[in-house]
Design a protein around this ligand. Structure first.
Ligand SMILES: CC(=O)N[C@H]1[C@@H](OP(=O)(O)OP(=O)(O)OC[C@H]2O[C@@H](n3ccc(=O)[nH]c3=O)[C@H](O)[C@@H]2O)O[C@H](CO)[C@@H](O)[C@@H]1O
Ligand SMILES: C=C(OP(=O)(O)O)C(=O)O
Length: 426
């Protein structure tokens, strides 16, 4: 659905305090994991985002009921699995739906899930998911754009060929129920994998090694229901940290896990931004002195996240001097570059390396082609005199709750006209 663009009148400092939303990328697999229990599961801290609504549609398709009670509290109940397929119409909306495969295999022993396909920032294979399934006793066949899988005799081990968040989550989900032990080596230590394991263990799963590269899943007969609180969104927090730095502001972020943001905090500190950690909040202060250009390379957690690479590029485009940004995790994640160039950014691209000569940006009409590219345009727009009009708001809505309203709460001039008003202006 095409939405009216977001208008930002930048060039003014941000200030005050903002509460960070709960994590989208932790919530999605945890919602999927709730399907492994036949009892109700209540999740606190579920962000109201279009990606969450997409995964709930998929959950409903396979037999889950859900109710919201309060802004971010969701109860999911899946008495039985009614369908073991995840149709293309829903999987194609969001790659994360592919982990439905693990949950269906776990609960029903079989699944047919559509191939997730490409996305705006390039090829994102699922070979590791498939290899892991096969190695632990699941037959997987691929035909006509679908993966069909059936559990045989579960057990054994798999060594991932690279760190994959979704691949690790999918294999865990497939192995939680049963009587076998599955060992996953070179497993992801991402915060979203750790949160998934902690959630599953809170329902009675027996998974060891959360936060280490060896995850051992001892199958259990059933999971009970329960309640769980999802971690804060480190990518949203990082986006606000960069917005504060780009506008040379002082901002306090609440509902954060400072330990999840160390890669971001240390880069900002290297740039000359003050970052103060409190128990569950962070103060970012870019009001003192000049900021310095830096070099950034993305890595899996605890390294600098690829999901903050476009926002970091936008920030560096505002800092005098030469910076480089490399994203070997997603080498084609560059859709923000031509749009930032429209705003005057001096960025030269060579392979997956951006060479950024920082300076002043100016307002321009721009368009987001994916979620974090959209966030980068917001960071850039907050720095410019004049009004930047950002199209592609549907991408921003995948990952940021009530963005215009929350930006206004920290002093930004951001608004999104109602559709009727927009068409009257057309
Ligand atoms: C919904 C969600 O949580 N999405 C996040 C998740 O995506 P996602 O789980 O899809 O990302 P992965 O961690 O799997 O990808 C990491 C790297 O491994 C590669 N790879 C992955 C799987 C595979 O089978 N084969 C393969 O080659 C990918 O192309 C990429 O280069 O982690 C990414 C990396 O932190 C983030 O950018 C995404 O926002
Ligand atoms: C890329 C992202 O999500 P997905 O993996 O669902 O595309 C993201 O959250 O930045």
């Amino acid at each position: 659905m095409h939405l009216t663009p977001l208008h930002i009148q930048g060039g003014r400092p941000l200030g005050g305090e903002i509460a960070v939303q709960p994590s989208k990328n932790a919530a999605l697999p945890i919602i999927v994991a709730s399907l492994l229990s036949s009892e109700p599961v209540t999740l606190h801290g579920v962000p109201r985002l279009s990606d969450v609504y997409t995964i709930l549609e998929l959950a409903q398709h396979v037999g889950a009921y859900h109710t919201w009670s309060g802004p971010n509290t969701l109860t999911i109940h899946t008495p039985e699995i009614l369908n073991t397929d995840a149709p293309y119409a829903l999987v194609s909306k969001m790659r994360a739906s592919f982990i439905m495969m693990g949950a269906l295999l776990g609960r029903a022993g079989e699944a047919v899930v559509s191939m997730p396909g490409g996305c705006a920032f390039g090829f994102r294979p699922v070979d590791q998911h498939v290899k892991a399934f096969r190695a632990i006793g699941i037959d997987v066949e691929e035909d006509n754009g679908n993966f069909s899988a059936k559990r045989r005799q579960l057990g054994g081990y798999f060594v991932f060929e690279m760190l994959t968040v979704g691949g690790t989550q999918n294999a865990i989900l497939a192995a939680v129920l049963g009587d076998a032990t599955v060992v996953l080596e070179n497993a992801s230590i991402d915060t979203d994998v750790v949160d998934l394991i902690q959630f599953l263990n809170s329902l009675g799963a027996q998974i060891e090694g959360a936060g280490t590269n060896t995850v051992t899943v001892h199958g259990v007969r059933a999971l009970r229901g329960g309640e769980y609180r999802i971690i804060p969104d480190r990518i949203e927090a990082g986006t606000f940290m960069m917005a504060a730095a780009a506008t040379r502001s002082r901002l306090r972020l609440t509902n954060v896990r400072p330990d999840h943001l160390r890669a971001v905090s240390s880069k900002l500190t290297e740039m000359g931004v003050g970052v103060t950690e409190e128990v569950s909040s962070l103060i970012v202060d870019a009001t003192q002195g000049h900021l310095r250009a830096v070099n950034v390379t993305t890595q899996s957690f605890p390294g600098f996240p690829t999901d903050l690479q476009p926002q970091m590029s936008a920030l560096l485009a505002t800092i005098d001097g030469t910076s480089t940004v490399q994203d070997p995790v997603y080498t084609d994640r560059l859709t923000h570059v031509p749009e930032l160039q429209r705003m005057g950014a001096n960025i030269a691209v060579s392979g997956y390396i951006q060479l950024i000569q920082g300076g002043r940006l100016h307002a321009a009409p721009v368009k987001a082609a994916d979620l974090r590219a959209g966030a980068a345009l917001v960071v850039a727009a907050l720095t410019t005199e004049g009004e930047t009009v950002i199209d592609g708001v549907e991408y921003l809505n995948r990952g940021y709750e009530h963005l215009a309203e929350r930006l206004r709460s920290i002093g930004a001039h951001a608004y999104q006209p109602e559709p009727a008003l927009a068409s009257a202006m057309d």
